[in-house]
Design a protein around this ligand. Structure first.
Ligand SMILES: Nc1ncnc2c1ncn2[C@@H]1O[C@H](COP(=O)(O)OP(=O)(O)OP(=O)(O)O)[C@@H](O)[C@H]1O
Ligand SMILES: [Mg+2]
Length: 256
């Protein structure tokens, strides 16, 4: 498997929504792969309310993994929820409030260690770490990620914050490991091309403004035809395919 970590530098550009959209579209976009979404945002999960509203048990999520001191891929997957029958779209829910994130270092180490076992399950991992800089952020997971995706809106303050965050990521992650920028929500003053030139970084196919699909995703509702055909999920399929291409079939990642 490969670990794809999604994060932001400022505001709330749509990290959690995008992580859900990518997880839902991954199996259709990346040949022979499914996706496990790990909610690792220390500020608190924005996914749990959707599960509660839909009446779906969360399976314990990262707190279940921590309580059980789970050590294998099967242990981890037992605490995840599958949104489809084929279990190609799985979610490991996160913490409800920051205090719960403090002791989770061992969970992130476990996830990195079970990487080769998830490879046998043909699952890639998509991690939502939320906004960078929180004292309990999952640093080991960020640093061990095969690809880090920094999300931003196409506005001047957002792009300025993204520049500073990119500089930090380049300093702390191993040389050559890919970082990509993903622009969410157009029309905005700056296109993905503008952002790529301003930040001198490769950008992924951008995601459109789509309030209806964003809300449907947060409700953990089934992937209906309307949702599958929404502007957001069609674009997310392209973005997922582009991310999948960065990883080789063996799960190794090409250096950028
Ligand atoms: N592509 C989109 N089109 C329209 N609305 C969006 C889109 N992506 C996200 N949103 C909306 O923006 C708000 C913030 O989204 P989301 O919670 O995904 O952001 P986030 O970056 O995860 O924020 P946080 O750092 O608070 O976790 C939500 O109301 C969501 O529905
Ligand atoms: Mg979020």
């Amino acid at each position: 498997m490969a670990i794809f970590t999604l994060c932001s530098a400022s505001g709330a550009p749509g990290v959690s929504t995008t992580a859900l959209a990518l997880t839902r579209t991954w199996a259709g976009a990346v040949p022979r792969r499914g996706a496990l979404l790990v909610d690792a945002d220390p500020v608190g999960s924005s996914l749990i309310p959707g599960f509660v509203e839909a009446g779906i048990p969360t399976g314990g999520g990262v707190l279940g993994v921590a309580a059980e001191r789970a050590g294998t891929a099967d242990d981890v997957l037992r605490h995840a929820v599958a949104l489809d029958e084929a279990a190609t779209c799985l979610i490991l829910t996160g913490v409800s409030e920051p205090g719960q994130a403090r002791p989770l270092g061992a969970v992130w180490t476990t996830l990195i260690e079970v990487a080769h076992e998830l490879e046998r399950s043909e699952l890639d991992v998509i991690v939502d770490v939320g906004r960078l800089g929180h004292r309990w952020e999952p640093q080991a997971l960020i640093d061990a990620s095969d690809v880090v995706v920094l999300l931003t809106r196409g506005t001047l303050p957002a792009v300025a914050a993204a520049r500073a965050a990119l500089a930090q990521l380049h300093t702390r992650r191993p040389a050559g490991t890919p970082t990509r920028v993903l622009v969410v929500g157009r029309p905005s003053p700056y296109s993905a091309g503008d952002v790529a030139r301003a930040l001198d970084v490769e950008v992924l196919p951008e995601l459109p403004e789509d309030a209806w699909a964003s809300r449907a995703l947060s409700l953990v509702s089934p992937t209906t035809t309307r949702l599958r055909r929404s502007a957001l999920l069609r674009a997310a399929t392209e973005t997922a395919a582009a991310l999948g291409h960065i990883a080789t079939p063996a799960g190794q990642v090409k250096a950028s």
